[in-house]
Design a protein around this ligand. Structure first.
Ligand SMILES: N[C@@H](CCC(=O)N[C@@H](CS)C(=O)NCC(=O)O)C(=O)O
Length: 210
């Protein structure tokens, strides 16, 4: 399989973590989101993903999957061990709720295309990004206080953790003060001590820039 991604893309980072946790090796195909106006807009790439976004997983059959949630759930269903969703339906739903807080409640509001459009409209895009990242992390911290054990939901690693770590990476890029989020930071440290998370870090990717 091939993973089209970008070292600094938090959505690609999520899929890299899930692949590592499942022990799946893929070929990494870098798509530079900035150079030359963004390689994601190249016609050959847009044919594969009309949203012009990474990550994109290309299966050995040549079929493609976009959207990190669809990709990680596909991995979960095709390689069930280790499980990244709890068996209990309520706990499963809680994990998915935390995933969506990041996936639809935070990241889209700070995605590069949105920030570029805001800048064109004379809006301070960094201030905007910080506002929505901080707001989302406050809600995550509050929710995690009721669900967390060693990880975000209890003591077993789940997709919620796979979504948390890249979002905290982005929060630092935007200069958000993370001191008010002790539960999230504690869970992040537990995750990053695992090789699957460590190997997925942006700075460890072949396309990483200084
Ligand atoms: N919901 C999608 C979001 C994908 C997304 O926003 N990707 C970003 C990188 S994290 C991207 O490709 N941005 C390029 C752009 O906005 O031009 C997912 O989870 O895969």
């Amino acid at each position: 399989m091939k993973l089209y991604g970008y070292y600094r893309s938090s959505c690609s980072y999520r899929v890299r973590i899930a692949l590592n946790l499942k022990g799946i090796e893929v070929e990494h195909v870098p798509v530079h989101l900035v150079r030359g106006g963004g390689e994601q807009f190249a016609p050959e790439f847009v044919t594969k993903n009309p949203m012009a976004q990474v990550p994109l997983l290309e299966l050995d059959s040549g079929e493609v999957l976009a959207q990190s949630v669809a990709i990680v759930e596909y991995l979960e269903e095709t390689v069930p061990t280790p499980a990244l969703l709890p068996r209990d339906p309520y706990q499963r739903a809680r994990v998915r709720a935390l995933v969506e807080m990041v996936n639809s409640g935070i990241q889209p509001l700070q995605n590069s295309l949105v920030l570029k459009e805001l800048t064109k409209r004379n809006v301070d895009s960094t201030d905007w990004a910080r506002l929505f990242v901080r707001r989302g992390l406050e809600a995550l911290e509050h929710t995690a206080a009721g669900t967390a054990g060693r990880y975000l939901v209890g003591d077993a690693l789940t997709l919620a953790d796979v979504y948390l770590v890249p979002q905290l990476y982005n929060a630092r890029r935007f200069g958000v003060d993370l001191a008010p989020f002790p539960t999230l930071l504690r869970v992040e440290a537990a995750c990053l001590s695992l090789p699957a998370f460590d190997r997925a870090r942006p700075e460890r990717q072949p396309d990483a820039e200084p």
